[in-house]
Design a binder for this molecule. Structure first.
Ligand SMILES: [Zn+2]
Ligand SMILES: [Zn+2]
Length: 110
């Protein structure tokens, strides 16, 4: 379901591995993250030399999309400060990573 605009190469925006080379790829219109990166990026969230703080929805490529889409709400305070990891082109916040981790755990549980 969904129309993948410009989704010529479905690969992880962080490690650039192809969808076929990873166990699970979580896709959003502008950004994708694989299950391995979710885990690695979550680890970076606990290292102050690896993350940048910003207001929720400000830097994160994942939730900046959600913030612009009235049909998708995170239900969180947009002034809350969150940790963002990744860059320089794509960023993901701790809040989105936690959501992604839930998806990974659910889909890869066997
Ligand atoms: Zn990846
Ligand atoms: Zn986010």
């Amino acid at each position: 379901m969904g129309n993948l605009q410009g989704g010529l190469h479905e690969c992880c925006s962080f490690c650039k591995r192809n969808k076929t080379d990873v166990e699970l790829l979580i896709s959003k219109p502008k950004v994708r993250v694989c299950n391995t990166c979710v885990e690695e990026l979550l680890v970076k969230c606990s290292d102050s030399s690896q993350y940048r703080e910003s207001r929720l929805h400000e830097l994160c490529t994942f939730c900046s999309f959600i913030a612009k889409n009235p049909f998708l709400q995170l239900g969180e305070d947009p002034n809350e400060m969150v940790r963002n990891v990744g860059g320089p082109e794509v960023w993901i916040c701790q809040s989105c990573l936690t959501l992604c981790e839930g998806i990974v755990l659910e889909k890869l549980r066997r």
